[in-house]
Write a protein that binds this ligand. Structure first.
Ligand SMILES: Cc1cc2nc3c(=O)[nH]c(=O)nc-3n(C[C@H](O)[C@H](O)[C@H](O)COP(=O)(O)OP(=O)(O)OC[C@H]3O[C@@H](n4cnc5c(N)ncnc54)[C@H](O)[C@@H]3O)c2cc1C
Length: 382
């Protein structure tokens, strides 16, 4: 059987690698010409690092220069606990540039003869007989496949064309991403600041700090019209340690990247010869930074369930596609319901109270950290 995967993000590339390792012919189509998109999910959780070990990618992954954090909470003053309490092989979250991570997976996949990666190849239509039509520099082409996997992200074309409806959970906030130089040799750790109407999260990217300015969706227009002066003041007031550098932000257009946050899930993750995984099946909020890890776990779960049928050939039975949703939906829904939805509903003012409660009640603290580090259902590569 041949498999067409639309989208070379974490879900699509990992699935491509896992299928190619099993001798299955698989083509991944990615519309961009490289993986160098800035401000994407960059957090690699303990469960994903264990999967990389299972793939023999330990040494190559740990050569990527990454930052890390172990403490879970809302900054130093509002700590809930530490991942070191859980006895995991990797008791930390690595903050690795997504392009390095994707390049690693793509390079590994290319060692297998059945694997093809086409960059700058945009899927434009599903084919009625199975597979997709895509466009590249040379025009339009058809790629016939027995199974098509839509990994084309939260605005998935294939999901829309298949008419698979999405339940919108909604996100009351958006994120403005920006970066500032890191003071060397000053150590700037991961931090989290809660200020009226905004949260600011900083990630240590070794040569710079990447900052997420999380704000009420309704204030987006105002934030832009108020201009860069007001933006800089807001950041400087919330995080005085970086007030000396905010002047480096030249304008909202040039130096700030506004992202529309969505949280949703598809009601059905499959159609005839079609499967949705990753953000296509469920857009996760940046809260907890688990999007990449859930996308990867979906790919592992799907490969484990589908490999035998793919190897034996013939049309993909619908019950197996349903089995993928049945396996992967509950852990994702728990994450959305237990962590994301309450946080989205909650007000900034409730954060300190929530953090204190979680810190003091030991089983709640451990359960929450485990949910974050490994999720409810840990996948292992077969
Ligand atoms: C503001 C923000 C911050 C985030 N921060 C984090 C974080 O810190 N940690 C974390 O784990 N997650 C984070 N996430 C979520 C994370 O980025 C996603 O959950 C994760 O990337 C999902 O992987 P995916 O492979 O399913 O989809 P994507 O990463 O969205 O990949 C989809 C791919 O498909 C390609 N594509 C789209 N359409 C087509 C087409 N028609 N033809 C061919 N290719 C196509 C795209 O170019 C893309 O490469 C964040 C999300 C947002 C919005």
């Amino acid at each position: 059987m041949t498999v067409a995967i639309s989208g070379g993000g974490p879900a699509g590339l990992m699935l491509g690698l896992l299928l190619a390792r099993q001798g299955i012919e698989v083509t991944v189509l990615e519309k961009h010409e490289d993986f160098l998109h800035d401000f994407r999910g960059d957090t690699i959780h303990p469960a994903t690092m264990e999967l990389l070990d299972q793939l023999g990618l330990h040494d190559r992954f740990h050569k990527i220069p990454y930052g890390k954090f172990q403490d879970v909470g809302f900054g130093k003053d509002l700590q809930i606990g530490s991942l070191t309490e859980l006895g995991l092989r990797y008791p930390f979250v690595a903050i690795a540039p997504q392009w390095d991570f994707l390049n690693l997976i793509a390079e590994e996949a290319q060692r297998y003869p059945g694997f093809t990666l086409k960059m700058r190849a945009e899927v434009v239509d599903p084919l009625p007989e199975g597979g997709v039509r895509y466009r590249d520099r040379d025009g339009e082409h058809e790629l016939r496949a027995d199974l098509t996997v839509a990994c084309d992200g939260r605005d998935s074309l294939l999901r829309a064309r298949a008419g698979l409806p999405v339940r919108n959970i909604g996100a009351p906030f958006d994120v403005a991403w920006f970066r500032l130089p890191r003071r060397d040799p000053e150590v700037e750790e991961f931090y989290y600041r809660v200020a009226p109407y905004k949260w600011i999260v900083g990630f240590d990217r070794r040569t710079y700090i990447q900052l997420a300015y999380v704000f009420d969706k309704n204030r987006r227009e105002k934030l832009i019209t108020d201009g860069i002066g007001a933006f800089r003041d807001g950041v400087a007031r919330a995080v005085p340690e970086i007030a000396d550098r905010v002047a480096l932000l030249r304008s909202c257009k040039e130096d700030v990247s506004f992202l529309d946050v969505q949280v949703n899930r598809a009601i059905r993750w499959y159609g005839k010869g079609l499967l949705l995984i990753g953000d296509t099946a469920h857009a996760m909020s940046p809260m907890g930074g688990v999007g990449v890890n859930y996308a990867i776990q979906d790919a592992v779960g799907a490969a484990n369930i589908l490999c035998d049928a793919l190897k034996s050939g013939g049309p993909m039975p619908e019950h197996l596609l349903r089995a993928v949703q049945k396996r992967r939906e509950p852990p994702m829904a728990v994450m959305q319901r237990r962590l994301v939805e309450p946080a989205l509903r909650g007000e900034v003012a409730n954060v300190p109270r929530m953090a204190t409660l979680m810190r003091r009640v030991h089983p709640v603290r451990r359960a929450l950290m485990r949910l974050l580090a490994v999720g409810l259902r840990k996948e292992n590569i077969r």
